[in-house]
Write a protein that binds this ligand. Structure first.
Ligand code: G3H
Ligand code: ZN
Length: 296
């Protein structure tokens, strides 16, 4: 099986994107895995600090490893939005493939200093691990928001991206390019969509030449996804859409079976609901491939 770095390199060359989906529980993980396997495309599972506290750091790593080994399938695990060195080291020791070290809320120089230290400390123990850094403001919370934060001042600049990547030696960069964590109510109903600054993506890619991750991607315009991937995005993070599908599937299953108490009779509808969202996103992210990237 190819390594995660090789898979990203192929996706970067072919100008397709690898889907990254956050999970909090086994039901969601099962749905993400089944969707990716059904389409035969590699996939990344992400757990934020809150999600891994609920799931268990070593437990989620053990389940993902068991799927990868048993099915010989390229499913990888990311420690999403990790804010402390301790939590980054815990995830690295548990066997995570990737750490998003997120010091983006700090002033630029301090973000550079802490991210550089994290890259050095993590790679000193596991040189193959991927480390991502983040600059700019994309808001917080993969939830449904009442109002959009003003993120215009926090857009990532190509020159500072170059400086950040050279100083920290991160493998991947998460920029602020019109993306935002979570969805507005109008996005949930489909009345509005997130729009991306495609030219900025292209300029950052040219300036840095590293893999780029689009965070906060739920509710993004389909055409903008395609253009963003063509301009240099290699990984796309989706969380809110997955959580919404989880809730809708659960509500629907309970409404249909109000007296049912057997989890394995209720939860298949939750799996199906999440699976269809994940499959649609994976299909879109791979739709403009120049050459098929087989998972195997
Ligand atoms: O790291 C997680 C993602 O950036 C999720 O963002 O909730 O807008 O899909 P989202
Ligand atoms: Zn994110």
């Amino acid at each position: 099986m190819k390594s995660l770095r090789e898979i990203l390199q192929t996706a970067d060359t072919e100008r397709v994107a690898i889907g990254h989906f956050n999970v909090s529980d086994l039901t969601t993980l099962k749905a993400v895995f089944e969707a990716a396997r059904g389409l035969n495309v590699p996939v990344i599972v992400g757990v934020s600090e809150g999600e891994r506290k609920f799931f268990g750091v070593r437990q989620v790593a053990a389940v993902v490893k068991s799927l990868r080994d048993e099915y010989d399938f390229p499913i990888f695990l990311n420690a999403d939005h990790t804010h402390s060195m301790q939590s980054a080291m815990d995830a690295m020791r548990a066997g995570f493939d990737w750490i998003v070290f997120d010091a983006s809320a700090l002033p630029f120089e301090e973000n550079v200093r802490q991210t550089k230290l994290a890259v050095e400390a993590l790679k000193a123990v596991r040189p193959e691990i991927l480390v991502e850094g983040e600059i700019g403001d994309i808001g917080s919370g993969s939830e449904i928001h009442d109002a959009a934060p003003d993120l215009k001042k926090g857009l990532t600049k190509p020159a500072e991206s170059k400086q950040f990547v050279e100083a920290t030696r991160v493998d991947t960069l998460a920029p602020a390019v019109g993306n935002m964590h979570g969805m507005l109510k109008s996005m949930v109903t489909g009345q509005t969509r997130k729009r991306l600054d495609i030219e900025r993506i292209r300029e950052i890619k040219e300036a840095t030449q590293v893999f780029m991750t689009l965070h906060g991607a739920s509710g993004t315009d389909d055409g903008d996804f395609r253009k963003a991937i063509a301009a240099g995005i290699t990984v796309v993070h989706i969380n809110t859409e997955v959580r919404l599908a989880w809730r809708r599937g659960f509500d629907s299953a309970l409404a249909k079976q109000p007296d049912e108490i057997v989890p394995y009779k209720i939860l298949p509808e939750v799996v199906d609901s999440i699976k269809s969202v994940v499959a649609a996103r994976l299909t879109l992210f791979n739709s403009d491939r120049r050459q098929k990237i087989a998972a195997g």
